[in-house]
Design a protein around this ligand. Structure first.
Ligand code: PGA
Length: 262
């Protein structure tokens, strides 16, 4: 791993903020956040806020990310938004978030189609994978992670894999989960090594070493630095704690501190 790796701090605002509130919040963040080399700060607002925020945002400071999209490019799909409609506004898109898998029933087939569609539209997919509490209890963590990883990357070529980011988010650690428990660094390190090993097997070691792997699940201002210190973890995907300027800015400061130490 080189010291030139990028660190990603990604805010997943989920279904929070009206466009007006999102715009005010972005304004507040813009006044507090300094852009920094090797740090990529990404905001994922609701779909309805992407277009207005894209007009307001300083793209050297923040990038935008879609939380969701449909994998077809256009057509009779009432209520859906295509990534081809969002591509001018976003640089990234979440794919396979556990709330989409388990609340909205997205399958590995949907997720694989979305990964491929995002890449085709020049949007970086952030493929979210992670085991449920039950899979963990049953000793199926490795197979759950491997199945979701290989399922999501099924149609991705060697060259296109360089455009993908992986986020390891154990479902039992996500704050919206009633019994959420923060993951231990050792669990995250083990998952990160498994993900790189599987990618190395399919795409080669150089590609496996280069792919960014993020962690997400109940990250807050006091735990962020510890998670960012895990070797091989290239950033954080943050839900709840990204909704409050103080905690989100303090997570960004932790990331800067760690980048400076490298
Ligand atoms: P959380 O959400 O930080 O609130 O646990 C993370 C996510 O769902 O991406």
């Amino acid at each position: 791993m080189t010291s030139q790796r990028k660190t990603y701090i990604i805010a997943n605002w989920k279904m929070n903020f009206t466009p007006g509130q999102a715009s005010l919040y972005l304004h507040r963040l813009s006044n507090r956040v300094q852009s920094s080399r090797n740090l990529q700060i990404v905001l994922a607002p609701s779909t309805i806020s992407l277009q207005p925020l894209s007009l307001q945002i300083n793209r050297r400071q923040f990038k935008l990310c879609a939380q969701n999209f449909y994998w077809r490019d256009f057509g009779p799909y009432t209520g859906e938004t295509a990534i081809s409609q969002l591509r001018g506004f976003v640089d990234y898109a979440l794919v396979g978030h556990s709330e989409r898998r388990y609340i909205f029933g997205e399958t590995d087939k949907d997720i694989r189609a979305k990964v491929a569609t995002a890449i085709r539209n020049d949007v970086t997919p952030i493929l979210c994978i992670g085991e449920t509490a039950l899979e963990r209890k049953n000793g199926e963590t490795k197979s759950a992670i491997t199945d979701q990883l290989l399922g999501g990357l099924h149609d991705v070529s060697d060259e296109d894999l360089r455009k993908v980011i992986i986020a390891y988010e154990p479902v039992w650690a996500i704050s919206s989960n009633k019994h959420a428990k923060p993951a231990k660094p050792a669990d995250i390190a083990e998952a990160e090594m498994l993900i790189r090993k599987q990618i190395a097997r399919l795409y080669g070691q150089t590609t496996a070493d280069a792919i960014p792997i993020l962690y997400g699940g109940s990250v807050n201002a006091s735990t962020a630095a510890g998670y960012l210190d895990i070797p091989g973890i290239d950033g954080l995907l943050i839900g709840d704690a990204s909704l409050v300027a103080d905690s989100f800015c303090s997570i960004i400061e932790s990331a800067k501190g760690i980048i400076d130490e490298r």
